[in-house]
Design a protein around this ligand. Structure first.
Ligand code: ADP
Length: 493
């Protein structure tokens, strides 16, 4: 099959979250399984910087293709550059337009502390430029794999404005929802930007409470839908998690699948990780102790025998459970643990962690930045990893944690529920336990789960078993890529 993977971010070119990780990995594994696949993504300032850096395997080559993309105020030019996904031959086509993409951030305007005002225009342009690029390169895709709201208008275009553009319009579409919270909702006049017929602006198609909803459009028009865990696929069909789109999703229930993301074992793997002070494996864990010591030193935390070190790496947003952490934090700090936090996000949680670290400098170290190296060091150096999300479409850090023998303490939602097996008498006996899972979203249950984890930490035989079972799990891309290929086959049937 020939697949085009269209995404608003891809590692190592540009990333703000999990979507970037997925886009940087899945295509390589699909290619390894014998399919043709290319990636299309915007040529952001971050991507340019990467392509110029020493780390880049290949500079961005100008393809010489300059496209005239129809926009409401006249054609806008897209210059197409080409690079590759590192460690593979997967081509990455970068859509260049400096006015739209040469900015400080991908989506967020630092000056106004809000999303860029022209985000609708930026991604309408991207969708159309991606389709024009496929034509200009004479690619003959079987499947266009779209991701999140940024690319969700593509299935609409294929069935409307591009319906006569053979062979492009013969391609089938799969739309993957990485996080239903981000829908690309814009005021109704932005319909004009899309170039689509106003007839589509009705409650069964593109309209959403009087506004334009790009994700909804994709959910209605894509041939097949998927999201990033089975549990999340079920959850988003309920009012509680559906963000107003549960009705649309329920209607498409038969076309909606859940595929848990994989992790890239060439990057996130303590046996080969170049960013950690000592490598280790399940058979020889001595390196993990070195990593813990180095992390404690680096973070200015004193070494304490038999005290577990708990890691947090996260966007500091309410989604990630920081409202219940806020209530539980004082009591958490009373427990026999030390904690390293790495994250950026809401001011409120910055202040919360800063104040707590000031109060408990021996127990809590806080890093309010984005730091990939430190993220690896935390995964390697900690004993436990806390992820108390209110909702979590898939989650990657619990998967990294399993691989690094860092026992996850998670809330039972979305991908966390699908990938972590709670430690109780039965699962310990059966040797299936991999972490600690709490059901109800409240600070009391969160504390109880951390306390259970600490108790088990002090039973070395049980703890070792948990760590080993976790490290033996296969959450690699090999598994997920096969599941995606099954979806590509299904959508082209
Ligand atoms: P989400 O996509 O909702 O933010 P995921 O768990 O799916 O959550 O993916 C988060 C990714 O971003 C992981 O690779 C994680 O390590 C990384 N990450 C999040 N915050 C930071 C940070 N402050 N520094 C470094 N990496 C981070």
């Amino acid at each position: 099959m020939n697949i085009i993977y269209i995404t608003s971010e891809v590692v190592p070119f540009a990333k703000t979250g999990g979507l970037g990780d997925v886009a940087g990995a899945l295509p390589k594994f699909v290619a390894e399984l014998g399919h043709e696949i290319s990636v299309i993504t915007p040529f952001y300032r971050q991507a340019k910087a990467y392509c110029r850096s020493a780390a880049a395997e290949q500079r961005a080559a100008d393809t010489g293709i300059s496209l005239s993309v129809p926009m409401p105020n006249g054609a806008v030019t897209a210059r197409v550059f080409e690079s590759v996904l590192p460690g593979s031959a997967v081509p990455v086509y970068l859509i260049g337009n400096d006015e739209y993409y040469d900015r400080d951030e991908l989506y967020f305007d630092r000056a106004t502390n809000a999303d860029y005002e022209d985000n609708c225009e930026r991604f309408v342009f991207f969708c159309r430029a991606a389709l024009e690029t496929i034509q200009a390169l004479h690619l003959r895709p079987d499947v266009l794999h779209c991701n999140d709201w940024h690319t969700a208008l593509i299935p609409v275009y294929l069935k409307t404005l591009y319906a006569e553009r053979k062979p492009l319009s013969d391609a089938r579409t799969l739309l993957t929802v990485h996080n239903l919270a981000y829908q690309g909702v814009f005021w109704h006049w932005d319909m004009k930007l899309t170039g689509l017929d106003w007839g589509l602006f009705n409650w069964r198609q593109l309209e959403f409470y009087g506004k334009l909803n790009c994700l909804k459009a994709g959910l209605v028009f894509a041939d097949l839908l998927s999201t990033v865990s089975r549990r999340y696929a079920e959850e988003i069909q309920t009012e509680q998690f559906g963000r107003g789109l549960d009705g649309v999703l329920k209607e498409r229930s038969n076309d909606l699948y859940g595929v848990v993301n994989g992790i890239d074992h060439s990057i996130w793997n303590p046996e080969v990780d170049e960013l950690i002070p000592a490598k280790y494996s399940a058979d020889d864990m001595s390196g993990k102790a070195v990593c813990k010591e180095a992390l404690l030193n680096g973070q200015g935390l004193p070494r304490r025998e038999a005290t577990p070190l708990v890691g947090v790496i996260s966007r500091l947003a309410p989604q990630k459970g920081f409202d219940i952490v806020e209530v539980a934090l004082d009591e958490l700090m009373q427990l026999d643990l030390q904690m390293v936090v790495l994250g950026t996000g809401d001011r409120r949680y910055h202040e919360m962690f800063k104040a707590a670290a000031k109060k408990c400098p021996d127990k809590l170290a806080v890093n309010l930045t984005f730091d990939d190296r430190l993220a690896h060091q935390i995964e390697a150096g900690c004993d436990m990893f806390l992820m108390p999300s209110r909702y979590e479409p898939c989650g990657l850090n619990q998967l990294y944690s399993l691989k690094y023998g860092t026992v996850p303490v998670v809330r039972a939602t979305g991908g966390l529920a699908d990938t972590v097996v709670d430690c109780d008498g039965k699962s310990l006996r059966r040797r299936t336990a991999t972490g600690f899972v709490f059901e109800k979203y409240n600070p009391v249950r969160l504390l109880a789960a951390v306390e259970r984890a600490i108790e088990t930490y002090h039973r070395p035989a049980h703890w070792t078993q948990l760590v080993r079972t976790g490290m033996a799990q296969d959450w690699s891309w090999h598994r997920s890529a096969r599941e995606y290929i099954a979806l590509y086959e299904k959508v082209t049937e």
